[in-house]
Write a protein that binds this ligand. Structure first.
Ligand code: S3P
Length: 178
């Protein structure tokens, strides 16, 4: 296990991007969001990639993007919620750094994702049911891929960031600023 980077995984709405930005500020690490990298490389929004090319094409871009980050050091890497679906991605994740899972109760997730209507997988007749189904399909994958998991349901971003920093310091014997 290495800690050249901190990698955040978790369901849509688990707070990966917001917590990732906060961690990057606190630790002086660069922030990288795989969805943003995909958008820049493809030259279009995630929702347009899904609409025009389909989910498999997006998953291929996601895998290629993840593999292309192997050289990064001292970065906080936020990933898309479906990154754990492919076994090859799961292997890449642990090679990238310390993998932190962000968990949240289903109700909390639904409340958070409802504030943003852009997520292609949730454009269904019953998004609540879709969240429940996908979350249940993925729970074991998040659990298995993360070296450390924080339940974010009742915590502020500030508290979550501190918990993660303490864990990384403990696991890697970081003294002061890494
Ligand atoms: C997805 C999550 C999204 C984005 C895409 C697919 C998923 O990222 O990668 O819409 O399969 O859960 P966020 O988790 O940042 O919303």
């Amino acid at each position: 296990m290495s800690c050249q980077n901190i990698v955040l995984i978790g369901f849509m709405g688990s707070g990966k991007s917001s917590i990732g930005r906060l961690l990057s500020k606190k630790l002086g690490f660069q922030f990288v969001d795989t969805d943003r990298v995909i958008i820049e490389r493809a030259g279009m929004e995630i929702s347009d990639i899904f609409a025009q090319h389909g989910e498999d094409y997006f998953r291929d871009l996601e895998s290629t993007t993840l593999a292309s980050l192997a050289h990064l050091r001292r970065c906080i890497i936020a990933t898309g919620g479906g990154v754990v679906l492919r076994e090859a991605n799961r292997a890449l994740l642990s090679g990238l750094g310390f993998v932190v899972g962000l968990a949240a109760d289903e109700e909390v997730i639904f409340e958070r994702v409802s504030r943003n209507a852009k997520r292609p997988l949730l454009q269904t007749e019953n998004p609540r049911e879709t969240v429940r189904r996908i979350l249940n399909e993925r729970l074991n994958l998040y659990e298995a891929a993360a070296q450390f998991t924080v339940d974010t349901s009742q915590l502020t971003y500030e508290q979550i960031a501190e918990i993660i920093i303490n864990e990384v310091r403990r696991a890697f014997q970081w003294q002061s600023a890494p």
